[in-house]
Design a protein around this ligand. Structure first.
Ligand SMILES: [Zn+2]
Length: 338
């Protein structure tokens, strides 16, 4: 798969220039309105990006997170102001702002609740708060996985993208864009495959079950199984130890790869999406992660003509690096392209 609007460097603050090939569009003076801003709000940082009226991805910004409804709203408004000021856009250029965030998000009412990582418990009317701080610019909210899936879909060359965005972060879940449209589900839990039982009677999960996939295939699971050393992230420490021949590390890595492969298999068998895009913190490992997951999928297909015919390994890819995928998807939500 190619990521035509991608870049190779990681996003670092305070502002990051547009990916290659975008600057000429961003500088185009003929477009004075219709820009949108997307924000991806996480527990430690808020990533923001400007998206041009033609969909080109502009500069981005990274701000430290503040907790609570007022903190999240204040940081969101600040990110928008910083992006607009540094891009030199005239007043009134931003047609809409989209915000992707964890927790239970009501996109219609513009409220979020139970976003524990953000210090939000009771429902907060975040869209209205941020809009008020930005002189009435329309603000829309969406679940963080959904914006990541939309962002990945936007960055594909396919006009009707069909993909699952598999986030391997603290937890494990997927966002779905099916036949070009976001699939939220009847009750908003489409893609929550982290709570499928992977090991019957296995590790306890906060959801109340035992052996959930999330306990084996997430970044959190990996850190629990192989704690990082000092400032070395657990995934990096594990893969290095496995590469150096540590038998314990090889076993942990292979068990992890098997669990990620199971997640991919579930997504392909239930939705038959064209692509499974792996993102989240663990995906920072890059190609070594992709290699072990693809190898596992190929192993499983060896004894099954049915699985072999699905070409599972070929359909797995990594989220583009150097582009804030979730923030890009949020910008599309901000201009109602979801
Ligand atoms: Zn669970």
């Amino acid at each position: 798969m190619t990521w035509p609007r991608g870049a190779s460097a990681g996003p670092e603050g305070p502002t990051v220039p547009a990916p290659a090939g975008v600057a000429a569009v961003a500088a185009g003076a003929e477009v004075a309105a219709g820009w949108s801003v997307g924000l991806d709000v996480g527990g430690t940082k808020t990533l923001g990006v400007l998206v041009a009226p033609d969909g080109a991805v502009g500069p981005s910004v990274r701000l430290a997170a503040r907790r609570g409804g007022d903190g999240v709203a204040g940081t969101a408004a600040e990110a928008v102001r910083v992006l607009v000021a540094e891009a030199g856009l005239p007043a009134g250029s931003v047609a809409g702002v989209g915000i992707g965030l964890p927790g239970i998000v009501d996109p219609v009412a513009g409220r979020v609740e139970h976003a524990v990582n953000l210090g939000i418990e009771a429902a907060v009317p975040l869209a209205a708060q941020v809009s008020a701080a930005l002189d009435g610019v329309p603000v829309r909210l969406e679940n963080d996985l959904n914006v990541a899936a939309l962002g990945a879909a936007h960055l594909l060359p396919d006009p009707a993208p069909d993909l699952a965005f598999l986030a391997l972060g603290t937890g494990l879940a997927a966002g779905l864009v099916l036949d070009g449209r976001l699939r939220r589900g009847a009750s908003g839990v489409a893609g929550e495959i982290g709570h499928l039982v992977h090991v019957p009677g296995g590790l306890p999960c906060p959801c109340g079950q035992r052996g959930c996939l999330e306990q084996y295939a997430s970044g959190g699971a990996l850190s629990a199984a192989w704690p990082g050393l000092g400032d070395r992230p657990a995934p990096v420490a594990l893969f290095e130890a496995a590469d150096s021949g540590d038998a314990g590390a090889v076993a942990v890595r292979d068990r992890f790869a098997g669990a990620v492969a199971a997640a991919v298999r579930v997504l392909l068998l239930t939705t038959d999406v064209a692509h499974v895009v792996v993102g989240g913190g663990v995906s920072e490992l890059g190609d070594p992660l992709l290699r072990v997951v693809r190898a596992r999928l190929d192993d499983e297909a060896r004894d099954s003509a049915f699985l072999a015919a699905m070409h599972m390994a070929e359909r797995v890819t990594l989220a583009p690096r150097g582009v804030p995928v979730g923030a890009v998807g949020a910008a599309l939500v901000g201009r109602k392209e979801s």
